[in-house]
Design a protein around this ligand. Structure first.
Ligand SMILES: Nc1ncnc2c1ncn2[C@@H]1O[C@H](COP(=O)(O)OP(=O)(O)O)[C@@H](O)[C@H]1O
Ligand SMILES: [Mg+2]
Length: 268
């Protein structure tokens, strides 16, 4: 059986739509028949809440914190996976706020998530990791475990600096761990076409990422409401015009998954 494609949804800037994009791409992939595992790696647990699983955020041991930071607990990961209508979820946990310093003390500080996912990944076609809004051990764990990154960004000038910081970080990680991290593409999110700056920034992003797909998600009240309802946009409001965009991202992810399997077979 082939390995699942793993993707980190990442940008160290907060509020750009990582959680929103991750949930909706996961929903679109599931709708297309993929078995999806969603990992909420953000200590704030927004995805856990937006998937309607907030009661799991206070779970006692085992939880994501114990499975990630205590190697003797790692094999209990199956016990912490919860069943959402559209996907499986590893929820975040209140104790994840202590994960950054705890991982610094660990011997293989960037590899713990990869080791944890090794235990369950054969059950899935795609694993999506929703990253926290900072560059630290958790982000390193997400990037190392997945080696693929999908980047949500706002059509604002602040995004230029955010890209620079993210790519410097990715480059350093690639060097340190001797890995290659693939960009799946950029999701330009919360576009408000009434703002002239938005058009300029969309053009800038498209030229900066030439050769990589860029998708455009508009500001939509239905997107906010779907998150409040604990489900993806496609389930909450199938007629919303942005459903199609998340579906297109899912199609591209399936294409990348197939090509990475083909590459793997070629080098095996
Ligand atoms: N396209 C959109 N239209 C409307 N609201 C959005 C959209 N994308 C994100 N939001 C809202 O913006 C807020 C921040 O998004 P979120 O996905 O949590 O960002 P991040 O995970 O990067 O911090 C959330 O309240 C979310 O509901
Ligand atoms: Mg988030």
């Amino acid at each position: 059986m082939s390995k699942p494609l793993k993707i980190a949804v990442s940008n160290q800037k907060g509020g750009v739509g990582k959680t929103t994009v991750a949930i909706n791409v996961a929903g679109a992939l599931a709708d297309r028949g993929n078995d999806v595992l969603f990992v909420d790696l953000d200590p704030q647990g927004n995805a856990t809440e937006n998937l309607g699983m907030m009661e799991r955020y206070d779970d006692p041991e085992p939880n994501l914190f114990t499975c990630l930071t205590d190697s003797t607990e790692r094999e209990r990961v199956r016990e912490i996976i919860c069943d959402h209508d559209e996907m499986d979820l590893i929820p975040s946990n209140i104790d994840m706020t202590a994960a950054e310093p705890e991982l610094t003390l660990s011997r293989r500080s960037g590899e713990q998530l990869a080791l944890l996912l090794d235990m369950v990944e054969d059950d899935y076609d795609v694993i999506l990791v929703d990253c926290p809004p900072f560059l630290g051990n958790l982000m390193d764990n997400a990037l190392f475990a997945t080696q693929n990154v999908l980047i949500p960004a706002l059509a604002e000038s602040t995004s230029k600096r955010a890209f620079e910081l993210l790519f410097d970080h990715v480059d350093a990680l690639e060097y340190d761990y001797e890995i290659g991290i693939e960009d799946i593409g950029v999701v330009i999110n919360r576009i408000d076409v009434r703002k002239t700056q938005a058009t300029e920034m969309i053009e800038w992003i498209e030229s900066a990422f030439e050769g990589k797909p860029t998708w455009k998600v508009r500001e939509r009240a239905a997107i906010q409401k779907s998150l409040d309802s604990g489900q993806s946009l496609a389930k909450f409001d199938p007629d919303c015009d942005m459903v199609n965009v998340f579906d297109e991202i899912a199609v591209e992810i399936e294409r990348v998954a197939e090509s990475q399997v083909a590459d793997g077979e070629a080098t095996a």
